[in-house]
Design a protein around this ligand. Structure first.
Ligand code: BTN
Length: 278
């Protein structure tokens, strides 16, 4: 009861506080059928979460030109100035909560496919679990938030940040991040990129419900880590080893120096970035 009351208040605050830029668009048959576009939000994930709680349909998208409190993985701040593509997609997957790890992989794979389709000369890769990178620098990321009822998923929010037309990054991000404008020299239409990404995501989402291996095969194609020696930072500690495979849950299969295999799920760890060469 208290939660409903709070969310109602918050929804009214959002309505009054933020100016909505456009009402609706019809990009795909499901993903992007309804688009809420704002000039500026604290975080598109927060607004999408509220809309989902109020019953918004699967495929609803919230976009902001700028975010003041963009959320990244592991409670990190996500730099979201004008020029980037910052959006959240509401999903209502028929999954149990333990299966939602694969949504991170799905998000990263959809973005990588979209970049590959629009800029075939760029060598885009996925750095497990959900960093989309070009020459080892991060160009996009995915943040999944899930609401469960008992063990079932009520809804999931797929938050996607793409450094599209971001020309400069503050230090220390400047060492680890890049953007499409930096890599190509040209600016990209946000609408065109959103359209293409939603199309890739929609295809992957629905076809992977029929054929679970398909997503994994696509993700493997873009993986920057297969066969590489990496260090993974997890809540249990750091693990070094050779990346042998990705599995259907989105897990990374690591062959440790001891010869043992270790599976690490997306929410359990991240790859330690190499220190910048200065
Ligand atoms: C990461 O840390 O790699 C994930 C970053 C996800 C950022 C996006 S931008 C749109 C959406 N709204 C947020 O507040 N975060 C996600």
């Amino acid at each position: 009861m208290a939660e409903n009351q709070n969310s109602k208040d918050l929804y009214m605050i959002i309505k009054e506080k933020y100016q909505r830029k456009s009402v609706a668009g019809q990009l795909q048959s499901v993903f992007g059928k309804e688009i809420y576009h704002y000039f500026c939000l604290e975080s598109t994930n927060k607004v999408a979460y509220l809309l989902a709680k109020k019953g918004a349909e699967e495929g609803t998208v919230v976009v902001a030109d700028e975010q003041t409190q963009g959320e990244g993985r592991g409670d990190h701040y996500w730099y979201s100035p004008q020029g980037g593509l910052w959006f959240s997609l509401i999903l209502r997957p028929r999954m149990i909560s333990s299966e939602t790890s694969r949504l991170s992989i799905l998000g990263a794979t959809g973005i990588a496919m979209s970049i590959d389709r629009l800029f075939s000369s760029l060598k885009v890769r996925i750095r497990w679990p959900n960093d989309v990178v070009i020459k080892d620098k991060k160009v996009a990321g995915v943040l999944i938030k899930v609401r469960t009822e008992r063990s079932d998923v009520n809804f999931a929010i797929m938050g996607i940040g793409v450094n599209l037309n971001v020309r400069e990054f503050p230090s220390p991000l400047s060492f680890t991040a890049t953007s499409l404008i930096k890599e190509t020299g040209d600016s990209t239409s946000k609408k065109r990129f959103l359209e293409s990404t939603l199309e890739e995501l929609e295809n992957l989402y629905f076809s992977s419900q029929v054929n679970g291996h398909m997503l994994l095969e696509k993700a493997r194609l873009f993986s920057s880590l297969l066969g590489r020696q990496v260090e993974v930072v997890t809540t249990e500690g750091k693990f070094q080893g050779l990346v042998q495979d990705l599995d259907e849950d989105g897990g990374l299969i690591l062959r440790l120096e001891s010869g043992l295999h270790k599976k690490i799920l997306p929410e359990e760890g991240y790859i330690k970035e190499r220190s910048p060469k200065i």
